[in-house]
Ligand binder design. Structure first.
Ligand code: C2R
Length: 190
């Protein structure tokens, strides 16, 4: 009976977790599910406080998107990061539209790698690279002109402000590349 109870609360909490918005979360879904199971019932509130505390707190990878309309590209990256069990933060912040908010975010984030996803005049990766020494991977989005405008904006950075670029809508490769950077960092420290 006790086991049945814990299984049903596990399912209930798994459903609750899935309903929570993912933006701003640092824990991976798998870790969140495990955490919720230990704490249920009432774990949702604890999780939200935990999220407030950990969001923007030294994630391995920060995934920033210029608009919610770019989320389909971010999803491809997130899937890879979650499978790898990497702590990530996902935020929608436009360098053009919200420069102050981006500044505040970068002051606190201290991510090891940034993935910046943006379409049209994609300033976001370049602005991030100008404000951090961490590696920045730009992902051009095919919002207009098949993404060529964003691709050129990302790769044509002035000397001294390096941004790596993957292909148009290449969220998956951006995450795989971020994992390689993390791996190279950790083996360099060993
Ligand atoms: P909306 O759909 O919100 O109008 O955005 C976004 O990445 C998106 O592809 C249209 C497109 O504008 C891009 N955008 C940027 C930046 N902010 C928004 N490139 C930026 O700061 O670089």
């Amino acid at each position: 009976m006790a086991r049945l109870g814990s299984i049903s609360s596990l399912l209930l909490h798994h459903a609750t977790i899935k309903k929570l918005p993912r933006v701003g979360y640092t824990l991976t879904t798998k870790k969140r599910a495990a955490f919720a199971c230990v704490l249920c019932p009432g774990s949702e509130r604890v999780l939200q406080s935990w999220d407030k505390y950990t969001a923007m707190n030294n994630p391995d990878v920060a995934v920033l998107v210029g608009s919610t309309s770019d989320m389909y590209v971010a999803e491809k990256a997130i899937e890879i990061l979650e499978d790898a069990g990497v702590a990530y933060d996902l935020e929608v912040i436009s360098a053009h539209r919200e420069p102050t908010r981006l500044d505040e975010y970068l002051r606190k984030a201290h991510a090891k790698v940034y993935i910046a996803i943006a379409g049209i005049s994609a300033a976001l990766p370049g602005i991030i690279a100008s404000k951090t020494t961490a590696p920045v991977i730009g992902v051009p989005v095919s919002t207009k002109l098949g993404g060529l405008d964003a691709l050129l904006s990302i790769v044509q950075m002035p000397a001294g402000v390096p941004v790596a670029s993957v292909g148009i809508d290449g969220g998956k490769n951006a995450a795989l590349f971020a994992l390689r950077i993390l791996r190279a960092n950790s083996s360099a420290k060993e």
